[in-house]
Write a protein that binds this ligand. Structure first.
Ligand code: SF4
Length: 285
């Protein structure tokens, strides 16, 4: 058990691929997940921004329990500091991709980025920070007005509004076309590429026609598509596609000159999907 300034590490799981997943407890007893992912020379810290999440994405365990509260700025920064302390060496990348929708905790997200990157403090490089969103368009636009520029990832996961709305209810409020435009606008003003995350789910969004629709939607924008095979969990009926289907989907994107990378779902043998470790901990309490 490791005691941090405001968080306590109450559980850790280590995957066979080296991914380390931590469950931190806040002073009020609430639990949050943070993950360290190792890739060649990179050590990426995936941090949470909220306890729970209001957005209720179908494939995500965190969203099932609803939102409990926003994390404080200190609790976000402490996840980073706590993992560096446990690791005993430097983290090279930070992604706001853990529990919660970071843009729904906008002020604390921005303060934590300012603290992480302040030259007089941690001095973490801005270019190595990525904020991942399910698509809160006004907040993407607001982020574009800040005096710092972080990388942006958008969790897309479908190639048409009907399918995306069935997986991610936030899509009923902000349609895909508008979302993709907002992301590309942010990027064209500030960064070279926007990352679209696409979790491939068997017979839901993994057909050839979905890949072709994706090409049409994104067009020749400055975009990279990260394809991730869905990581199943017992509480959800969604299934992961066969590796051949994933490959075929990628091939279609590549044949249309899109940048499409296959990302391995790290930590599959532990409670790696967002919210699983917190749920498991609740079961044993
Ligand atoms: S995937 Fe992200 S935005 Fe969607 S419910 Fe889970 S934590 Fe919230």
């Amino acid at each position: 058990m490791v005691k941090l300034s405001s968080l306590q590490s109450v559980r850790e799981e280590v995957s066979s691929d080296g991914t380390r997943k931590f469950l931190f407890q806040a002073a009020d007893g609430n639990l949050m997940e943070s993950v360290l992912i190792f890739n060649q020379n990179r050590v990426t810290a995936c941090v949470s921004s909220q306890v729970g999440c209001a957005l209720g994405c179908k494939f995500c365990l965190t969203g099932r329990g609803g939102i409990v509260r926003n994390l404080e700025t200190g609790e976000i920064v402490d996840q980073f500091l706590g993992m560096e302390e446990i690791l005993g060496s430097s983290i090279t990348n930070v992604v706001f991709m853990g529990m919660g929708e970071p843009l729904n905790n906008y002020d604390n997200l921005v303060s934590s980025i300012r603290i992480l990157t302040n030259d007089k403090g941690i001095g973490f490089p801005l270019r190595r920070i990525t904020v991942s969103t399910a698509g809160i368009i006004p907040a993407i636009k607001r982020l574009g007005t800040e005096d710092f520029k972080v990388n942006l990832a958008v969790s897309l996961n479908a190639a048409d509004d009907k399918t995306r709305s069935s997986l991610m209810p936030i899509n009923k409020k902000y349609s895909m076309k508008k979302l993709i435009k907002a992301a590309l606008d942010y990027i064209s003003a500030h960064r070279k590429w926007v990352i679209f995350e696409y979790i491939l789910i068997k017979d839901v969004n993994d057909r050839d026609e979905d890949a072709i629709n994706l090409v049409k939607l994104i067009g020749k924008g400055q975009a990279k598509i990260n394809l991730i095979q869905y990581n199943p969990h017992p509480e959800c009926s969604l299934e992961k596609p066969e590796p051949e289907r994933v490959k075929a989907f990628q091939e279609i994107l590549l044949s249309h000159h899109m940048t499409a990378l296959l990302r391995k779902s790290k930590g599959c043998d532990i409670n790696a999907a967002c919210g699983q470790l917190r749920a498991a901990q609740k079961d044993i309490r």
